[in-house]
Design a protein around this ligand. Structure first.
Ligand SMILES: *Cc1c(COP(=O)(O)O)cnc(C)c1O
Length: 381
């Protein structure tokens, strides 16, 4: 579908969608566009429906995901909401248990009230997914790798499992990014992103995106976006496209830093339970190698004592405490108290998000500097 490899596509697309010799798509800061004949619509009408800056981003996301169609949203959660709007009263969803906290909150406090039912499953085990499927199941929703536990779901196996059934396989690909994984190629029906993370990459945008191959799904999602008003602003689209130009380059450095950090932590006596799919010790290392072309830039681990979390965070100089990940700057999150606090404590611990778990989002700084920083913060806690 795309002519070039992703590194080339990432820098070419803006030029291909710009005119007047520009290397960047302009910011069309318009609400409405002039029409010429009543009832006869020009390509662009009103920015809640479509906008030329957004249109270029939409095509770019589709190209990066090797998809036919893209839809852009005001946030990752707006994209998730768009997918949930595809469901009807009485429909059942099988969701991965280790799911993003905001997605979990959406399920329980919005979708369930509209009569959608959920089952939570450890999707690393395909048999458990099979057991959870009912006649009313219309969607399987996974993140792979998941967050914060870095669990992988075998997408080809899942897609084979639901082949021929009226069930959509939805994959949140925010962690892997299109640089390391293309879920549609592995058989998913819908791939979605929080572009607030790696795709924009500079902690300056909140945005979301979906890519699909089915024209029917694309039309329904576009209709839902227009009807619920979850469109992005053109300036955010512009910033996101600027970020995409260096996405493949950044991912290489995020990953190199993550590999170095994971190896350091695994060998250290000061850290426990280091989670990173790039480590030989990760139970799904082989699946990671077959389904992804890289392991990503997030490493989670447990401190030896949960009481030390605050002191550890305070001592760090190069990791800023923040929700979110995927920035050029290194970040640290304490899932139980921050990104995943909306998941009830019991469910959280049952699924392995302990109070001593921390999640490092490795930026693009120098690996030795980052390791030294973590080492000094862990020593004599
Ligand atoms: C951040 C995130 C979201 C939500 O995206 P926003 O842009 O913050 O609305 C969804 N899924 C995952 C995996 C995320 O990390």
């Amino acid at each position: 579908m795309t002519k070039y490899n992703i590194e080339t596509e990432a820098v070419r697309f803006s030029k291909d969608h710009a005119d007047k010799g520009s290397f960047n798509v302009p910011i069309y800061q318009n609400s409405t566009f002039e029409q010429f004949v009543p009832g006869q619509w020009e390509e662009f009408t009103y920015s809640r429906t479509n906008n030329p800056t957004e249109d270029a981003l939409r095509k770019t996301i589709a190209a990066l995901e090797q998809a036919q169609f893209g839809v852009i949203y005001s946030s990752g959660l707006a994209a998730i909401g768009g997918v949930m709007e595809l469901l009807n009263l009485g429909d059942h969803v099988v969701s991965m248990a280790d799911i993003y906290g905001g997605t979990f909150r959406y399920y329980g406090q919005i979708a369930e009230k509209r009569g959608v039912e959920f089952s939570f499953v450890n999707t690393t085990n395909i048999e458990d997914v099979e057991k959870a499927i009912k006649p009313s199941t219309r969607m399987i929703f996974v993140e792979t790798p998941s967050n914060p536990q870095l669990q992988l779901t075998d997408l080809s196996a899942l897609s084979e499992l639901i082949n021929g059934r009226d069930i959509l396989l939805v994959v949140d690909n925010t962690m892997a990014t299109p640089v390391f994984q293309n879920p549609l190629v592995l058989g998913a029906d819908v791939v979605l992103h929080s572009t607030s993370k790696y795709i924009s990459g500079h902690t300056n945008v909140v945005g979301g995106a979906i890519a699909v191959n089915s024209e029917e799904l694309y039309n329904r999602l576009k209709f839902l976006r227009k009807s619920t008003g979850t469109n992005p602003g053109p300036f955010d689209c512009y910033l996101t496209m600027l970020g995409i130009k260096t996405l493949p380059l950044r991912m290489k450095q995020h990953q190199a830093n993550a590999v170095a950090m994971a190896k350091y932590l695994e060998e250290s006596d000061l850290a426990d339970n280091v989670l990173y799919a790039g480590l030989q010790s990760h139970p799904q290392h082989e699946l990671a190698k077959s389904q992804m072309s890289g392991f990503g830039g997030i490493v989670s681990f447990e401190l030896l004592d949960e009481k030390h979390i605050d002191a550890f965070v305070e001592r760090l100089q190069l990791f800023s405490l923040a929700v979110s990940f995927g920035s050029v700057v290194s970040l640290i999150d304490c899932p139980a108290k921050m990104s995943h606090k909306d998941i009830p404590a019991q469910q959280r611990t049952e699924h392995g998000v302990s109070n001593s778990l921390v999640r490092l989002s490795l930026g693009i700084e120098n690996a030795e500097d980052l390791i030294e920083d973590v080492e000094q913060a862990l020593t004599n806690l």
